[in-house]
Design a protein around this ligand. Structure first.
Ligand code: NAD
Length: 248
């Protein structure tokens, strides 16, 4: 098992990509700290992992709050004695609107969760990894490399995550901490599916040369590889898993 005895924090692990990653990590032998702002989703993810014979526990945390990120790392060390892997995945889509009309509070909320949340994660995860080394994966998006209309906060935050990942990776490259970002195309999760009607979903499919949206498990496989020693020479990188979206 490629993550045997590793301890991993996954934020936003109650749903979608985070949940699929938590399940895959547990199957790979990791002790998984499932973190989410939603107690209900987080607890049910832990139950599912335990039912399949994995090891996990839930910590409620709001990624937008520095003190919650600090407490999450502290509780992880208390429970499992170490931190080897962190996946900063929690994120929201935010409101849709043109930049010239975009709601100020919507902008702030998306930046707080999707960008500052990743910084707060790194801010407390890195010190906990300095002794033994580790691997951190930040979940960006294709929209961390390309723009789209009507989601300026999301696009800005995800571009920010890609840049922050490079900056932090350079600082810790010689300290055995690898830090990378991933860029999913549109994935079949509540984040995408709940906000779109059928016509909008069909239009999204058309943006992916592979002819369909992605599944959370397909992103989890990439995150697992980056988390594991198989990616031992990989740091500061951005990896897309996008059905060809960015190749166009
Ligand atoms: P999702 O909505 O299925 O799950 C997100 C989880 O994050 C939920 O369980 C939610 O409760 C949690 N969350 C929300 N706000 C939080 C906060 N402040 N603190 C802690 N947890 C919080 O979403 P998903 O599609 O699985 O997205 C996961 C990540 O992948 C996000 O960063 C998203 O931007 C990114 N992403 C998604 C897609 C996609 O098409 N679904 C594409 C590219 C990138």
């Amino acid at each position: 098992k490629i993550l045997e005895n590793k301890v991993a924090i996954i934020t936003g692990a109650g749903s979608g990509i985070g949940k699929a990653t938590a399940e895959l990590f547990a199957k790979a032998g990791a002790k998984v700290v499932v973190s989410d702002i939603s107690e209900k989703n987080g607890n049910s993810a832990v139950e599912d992992i335990k039912k399949s014979g994995g090891e996990a526990f839930f910590v409620k945390a709001d990624s937008a709050k520095p003190e919650d990120n600090q407490a999450l790392v502290e509780q992880t060390i208390k429970q499992y004695g170490a931190l080897d892997i962190a996946v900063n995945n929690a994120g929201i889509g935010g409101p849709l609107g043109a930049t010239g009309e975009y709601p100020i509070d919507g902008w702030q909320k998306v930046i707080d969760i999707n960008l500052s949340g990743v910084f707060y994660g790194l801010r407390y995860q890195i010190p906990a990894m300095l002794e033994k080394g580790g691997s951190i994966i930040n979940v960006a998006s294709i929209l961390g490399q390309a723009g789209t209309k009507y989601s300026p906060a999301y696009v800005a935050a995800k571009h920010g995550v890609v840049g922050l990942t490079k900056a932090a990776a350079l600082e810790y490259a010689d300290k055995k901490i690898r830090i990378n970002s991933v860029g999913p195309g549109y994935i079949n999760t509540p984040l995408v599916m709940n906000s779109l009607d059928e016509a909008a979903r069909a239009a999204l499919v058309g943006l992916h040369p592979i002819g369909r949206l992605g599944e959370s498990e397909e992103i989890a496989e990439l995150i697992l590889w980056l988390a594991s020693a198989k990616a031992s020479f990989v740091t500061g990188a951005y990896y897309a898993a996008d059905g060809g979206y960015l190749a166009q």
